[in-house]
Design a protein. Structure first.
Length: 524
């Protein structure tokens, strides 16, 4: 026996192990490259190199299928194909002078139309300029879709024009963020984004479109190869990689896809929860409803909700987008002395209303009151709960649907009229005092209360009011009377100054026959 055999066998075994590791690593690398380039997908799905179609057309088709009528933008090269395609399909492209205004306009459309509002901005600063407006939409619970351009996928991280990490910037602001990786992904990603924007608690979403996803095959090919001419072995490998990369972008791009809206799931109160609230309301002597912006959201039409509130006959305080829900002079709408009324109330329904600073974090509610809180968002539903206030019934569900169900279960119920008339009489006394203050002379400036009373008298019945300002808006909310449901727009909980121009633009497009009045109110 050769004494060197064990050592040779050991060396051979070591070499075999190393070879297996090397082959395994190489196989994993090749599989990773194949997956990245979609090589297996390209075996079964055609790449039409001669087609002049582009990704912007698919974006426009999806928006059209979702009932989008307006698109707000400040144009740029990254997003031009979307704008051109939308215009061809009859979606009105509205140019603005600042990207924040584009998002504010989309926000107004979302609130007034019941469909998603859409803004499209170019990459980098075009996208970052929308941050405040997107945060405002988040806190106002507006379903806004922001489409942003971005650097080509092949150039990301290599110093391309306006190339930044946009997704990380918007993840804290949006319900959903995504970057589209191929033309075939455009429709499914957009459909998902729009559904998420509208389901549960509505809010903004962001979808990023790299440059090479939106342009036709021949332009992308020309751009990719314009600086590449090497004929070496390495050059041939790089050439193969680049062609496979472009092939993956366009493989199956123009195959038939479903563009229709995905179902929107909404949380609703259970029958047991509604029955529990029926028992509380039927025993109540001094019930009150506080309505927030959530009650104006689909699926319940505002007219049905208004009829429901009038049938219930319970006095209401209105806030946010709910202002105007009961018309100009409803006997159920209590405008003044909310704090005092809540001290007396034995049952309070918080319908889409949040116990944040607007309700003194819940401290305005009496500890003797039975509190029924209804909100689509669980975090908002229980904000500051068990600290300054305690819910008797907490329902994660749509507030408008809940009120309709409550009304149906309370057939024959009648709210005590002495309670309603008493609150309305206090209202009348307070409004008289405000009118007297409006007539007091000032040393130098206009009396703001007098100005607001004059404005209220002059506004036509079809007017839509936009409140853009801080301190003065609070006074306007008590004096200027919205004429009907969905005729009042204010920033919402974020209190952003500067929404007026964009809101007015979106509102006028939604209500072309109405007079849109934007008040830029702020105390000096």
């Amino acid at each position: 026996m050769n004494p060197d055999m064990p050592a040779a066998a050991s060396a051979l075994e070591g070499s075999s192990t190393w070879l297996l590791v090397l082959l395994g690593s190489l196989t994993a690398t090749l599989l990773g490259v194949a997956h990245k380039l979609g090589l297996i997908y390209q075996l079964w799905h055609q790449v039409d190199m001669k087609s002049t179609r582009h990704g912007g057309e698919t974006v426009a088709e999806v928006l059209k299928a979702h009932g989008v009528r307006f698109l707000f933008t400040l144009p740029g090269g990254h997003i031009s194909p979307i704008l051109v395609a939308c215009e061809k399909l009859g979606i009105r492209v509205v140019d603005t002078r600042h990207e924040a205004t584009a998002v504010f306009a989309a926000d107004a459309v979302a609130r007034l139309s019941g469909t998603v509002g859409v803004a499209v901005t170019t990459a980098g600063p075009g996208v970052t300029n929308t941050v405040t407006a997107m945060k405002n939409a988040q806190m106002a619970e507006s379903p806004v879709l922001l489409i942003g351009g971005s650097a080509a996928r092949l150039q990301k991280g290599r110093g391309a024009l306006q190339d930044i990490d946009q997704l990380s910037l918007f993840k804290p602001l949006c319900k959903f963020c995504a970057s589209v990786n191929s033309v075939r992904e455009i429709a499914p990603v957009l459909r998902k984004a729009i559904a998420i924007a509208q389901c549960d608690t509505p809010g903004p979403v962001f979808v990023e479109f790299p440059l090479d996803i939106l342009y036709p095959y021949h332009l992308v090919e020309r751009e990719v190869f314009k600086n590449f001419t090497s004929k070496s072995l390495l050059g041939k490998i790089v050439n193969w990689y680049l062609r496979s990369y472009i092939g993956n972008l366009f493989a199956g791009a123009w195959e038939m896809q479903d563009l229709s809206p995905l179902p929107v799931n909404l949380p609703k109160a259970s029958k047991g929860q509604v029955q529990q609230c029926v028992e509380l309301i039927s025993r109540a002597k001094k019930p009150v409803i506080i309505l927030g912006s959530q009650v104006t959201l689909p699926p319940t039409p505002v007219k049905i909700l208004r009829d429901t509130l009038e049938e219930l006959g319970i006095p209401c305080f209105l806030g946010g987008m709910a202002r105007g829900m009961l018309g100009k002079n409803s006997p159920l709408h209590i405008r003044q002395n909310r704090r005092d009324a809540l001290k007396e109330a034995d049952v309070v329904i918080l319908a889409g209303t949040v116990c944040d600073f607007r309700l003194s974090f819940g401290g305005i509610l009496s500890k003797r009151s039975k509190i029924i809180a209804v909100n689509r968002n669980r975090e908002q539903l229980l904000k500051n709960a068990y600290v300054l206030w305690k819910p008797t019934v907490a329902i994660q569900g749509d507030a408008a649907c809940f009120l309709v169900s409550l009304c149906q279960a309370l057939k024959g119920y009648s709210c005590p009229q002495d309670w309603v008339t008493g609150l309305k009489e206090v209202d009348r006394i307070k409004e008289k005092a405000n009118r007297e203050k409006a007539e007091k002379p000032t040393e130098q400036h206009l009396n703001p209360l007098k100005l607001l009373h004059h404005l209220d008298n002059l506004l036509p019945e079809d007017s839509l009011l936009i409140a853009d300002g801080g301190d003065f808006v609070a006074s306007a909310a008590y004096i200027v009377k919205p004429r009907g449901p969905l005729t009042w727009l204010d920033p919402g909980a974020f209190g952003t100054l500067g929404v007026g121009g964009g809101f007015a633009l979106g509102a006028k497009l939604c209500r072309p026959d109405s007079e849109v009045s934007a008040q830029y109110w702020e105390l000096p």
